[in-house]
Design a protein. Structure first.
Length: 254
């Protein structure tokens, strides 16, 4: 096995993105043009060091691109309709870090399903480095899917996410334990359709299921399943007092 050059992988990821989303009248075309020899040869070279069936793997990967683009366009439109700050589809595709992280996940997941080692994680770690969003390529994520802001999001390997799910920054879909003996077991939660997970919420455990159409509020810590159509809030207390009630200054040492 030859570990691919990280910079080469990053360049390939960006080239595939530009191939799928040329910023002209072809942006939303569902038909994906045949990739140029440069991209094909670069991906074949990467696959060649990782799998003995590099030629077949390369073709299978490029065969998935039309389906991946269709899914990503659904994701982009969902982000557009979910975010009042988004003005047009091209803005989401060209600028939004959440969309780029989803793009990296979707191509990495496709490669992961072809049983190619290392490369899927290299792709999602590139997205992690670039956007602060950490999605394991083994996770199962439906469509459409929306990430807003995104920084600090962590989605674990065995997480299952349904359709029309929205995540905000700082969300963690994690495991209750990092015990190595649980490698082959489902360690991360299931999020059903039409769920919103607000900033800072943490959902842990392979048996934890967030029922469809539920809303999880900011900073919620959840390790048990909840029924569909639930609203879960974290209650905190904020105390506001009059400064004049304190005769001396309050000093904080950090």
């Amino acid at each position: 096995m030859i570990i691919p050059n990280k910079k080469g992988v990053e360049i390939a990821v960006k080239k595939i993105f530009k191939h799928l989303f040329p910023f002209d009248e072809r942006l939303t075309n569902l038909e994906v043009e045949e990739p140029g020899m440069t991209i094909r040869e670069q991906m074949h070279s990467i696959f060649k060091g990782l799998t003995p069936e590099s030629g077949t793997t390369t073709q299978l990967f490029f065969d998935t691109l039309p389906s991946i683009k269709k899914t990503l366009l659904n994701d982009a439109r969902f982000i557009l309709e979910s975010d009042p700050a988004a003005k047009q589809l091209v803005e989401v595709i060209a600028i939004y870090p959440g969309f780029f992280a989803i793009y990296c996940y979707r191509i990495a997941h496709a490669i992961n399903q072809l049983s190619v080692p290392l490369l899927p994680r290299m792709i999602t770690e590139y997205a992690h480095k670039t956007t602060g969003i950490d999605i394991h390529p083994g996770a199962t994520i439906g469509s459409p899917f929306s990430i807003d802001h995104g920084t600090g999001i962590v989605i674990g390997e065995t997480a299952v996410i349904g359709n029309r799910v929205k995540l905000f920054q700082g969300v963690t879909l994690g495991a209750l334990s990092v015990d190595k003996s649980k490698t082959s077991k489902k360690r991360h939660p299931t999020i059903e359709d039409n769920v919103v997970l607000y900033a800072g919420s943490t959902i842990l455990g392979g048996r934890t299921v967030v029922g469809r159409n539920s809303i999880i509020g900011g900073n919620v810590w959840l390790t048990e399943s909840i029924a569909p159509f639930s609203v879960v809030n974290y209650k905190s207390e904020i105390i506001v007092t009059d400064q004049n009630k304190f005769p001396d200054a309050i000093n904080f040492n950090i």
